[in-house]
Write a protein that binds this ligand. Structure first.
Ligand code: FAD
Length: 402
């Protein structure tokens, strides 16, 4: 439990991958950092994630997706060094596997869709290669013989998020970050003028003073009180169910990350696999349901029949933090001293190194170095949208009753 009257340079709300990575970086810069976690550190969305580092496979049509691509590519580049730094600091290998990704088409319709996806990636200058069925099976002999074709994305890799969380927790401890678990932040506190944060208040009213408050509370980031309407952020929970599987025969059934209609299979170096994931807009309920899991298993079995031999270790469920445009919100809030790092949706593991770097640049007042990336993920973009909506509402003609 934090001490009464305790103060810090930075209070971080939430100990997921984002809060921990940012806390570590800030502490490395000499700031006094306190992390407050309402449950156990690293046990929410980050704990269940598959760990794909997949900016190229994830890219979609549309302007928002392209802006997201720039963030994803930058962070993917940072991962090898981030993983090496974590290992040097903690001795924990975070399971970075650099074997690339295959996007699988089982039939003609799916192959036509992959062709469209290939054209999009070509137009963006992203390295992607079409493989015939026989070539795909040379890469992955466990693929079904009835496979139609595949796309190879050589630069999309994966890490083991649970090992990353173990390493970040240890790195935070070793550098002197104060981490308090089972401590729920109820609200952000601000000064009498309401223009600058002074810290946070816990559930029982206990205050923690801080120059800066970093809100990194994942899907719950919009639930923290004390923020005026103009400062709040529209973060929503997007549920994902995912299976952890284990091959009793050890590693080797599949080497690449495989993505197919309705799911993906991510191999770990030790013969374990993540088979995910559903994408469901069902509020905060953390329920697992047979329908979604059945679909995942059926699709995976059609692509890699050998998955039926794998043992089920765990069925997990988590809440991705989504924003209206599904891009993250990283940057200064509308209150002085308030910084957001949330809304990472399907890419929080991928974006962790970059997010920590961007947050550090804000805390250290060096943000001009990353002006373009920070503009992409500015939390203020939603306030602007709200203002526009408000103006349209005011400008709309009065209803005429006849
Ligand atoms: C099934 C699934 C698969 C995924 N696969 C991938 C993938 O392959 N690659 C990828 O890049 N991303 C993936 N993601 C997305 C990724 O997991 C998230 O984007 C990322 O974990 C978000 O991290 P976070 O730290 O913001 O949130 P979280 O990990 O959810 O952490 C937020 C923390 O804040 C705490 N908190 C909340 N409210 C309070 C409060 N009031 N006071 C104190 N603490 C509070 C919570 O308890 C929690 O520990 C996946 C997500 C899911 C669900």
């Amino acid at each position: 439990m934090p001490q009464h009257g305790q103060s810090a340079d930075v209070v971080v709300v939430g100990a997921g991958i984002i809060g921990l990575a940012a806390a570590w970086r800030a502490r490395q810069r000499g700031m006094a950092v306190t992390v407050l976690e309402r449950e156990v550190a690293g046990r929410a969305a980050s704990h269940v994630a598959a760990g794909m580092l997949a900016p190229v496979a994830e890219v979609e049509f549309g302007e928002d997706a392209r802006r997201g691509l720039a963030l994803g590519l930058r962070s993917a580049q940072m991962w090898p060094e981030f993983a090496a730094e974590l290992q040097a600091a903690t001795g924990i290998d975070v399971g970075l596997t650099q074997t690339g990704t295959l996007l699988i088409a089982r039939d003609g319709d799916q192959a036509r869709e992959l062709q469209r996806q290939l054209a999009l990636r070509d137009s963006l200058g992203l390295e992607t290669r079409r493989l015939r069925a026989s070539q795909a099976r040379e890469h992955e002999p466990a693929l079904t013989p009835t496979l139609h074709s595949a796309l190879e994305v050589p630069s999309d890799h994966a890490v083991d998020p649970r090992r990353v969380l173990d390493a970040l927790r240890e790195a935070c401890r070793a550098t002197g970050v104060e981490l308090h678990e089972h401590v729920r932040v109820a609200q952000v506190e601000s000064d009498r003028t309401g223009s600058r944060v002074t810290g946070v208040a816990l559930e029982d009213g206990w205050p923690i003073q801080a120059e800066r408050v970093l809100l990194a509370a994942g899907a719950w980031s919009g639930e923290i009180g004390g923020l005026p309407e103009r400062c709040s952020l529209p973060v929503r929970p997007v549920r994902g169910q995912i299976l952890r599987l284990r091959d009793p025969a050890g590693a080797g059934l599949v080497r690449h990350v495989l993505r197919f209609e309705g799911g993906y299979l991510v191999p770990r170096p030790d013969g374990r696999y993540a088979l995910g994931a559903t994408v469901e807009e069902r509020g905060f309920a953390l329920r697992t349901e047979l329908g979604g899991v059945y679909e995942l298993l059926r699709e995976a079995h059609q692509v890699v029949p050998g998955v039926s031999e794998l043992e089920i270790e765990e069925l997990c469920v988590g809440l991705r933090p989504g924003t209206p445009d599904n891009l993250p919100a990283i940057g200064q809030g509308a209150l002085g001293g308030l910084v957001w790092a949330t809304g990472h949706y399907r890419n929080g593991i991928l974006l962790a190194p970059l997010t920590a770097e961007l947050v550090l640049s804000l805390l250290a007042e060096e943000s001009s170095r990353h002006a373009e990336l920070l503009a992409t993920c500015s939390p203020l973009r939603f306030a602007e949208e709200r203002r526009q909506e408000g103006r349209h509402a005011t400008l709309s003609p009065p209803e005429v009753v006849t």
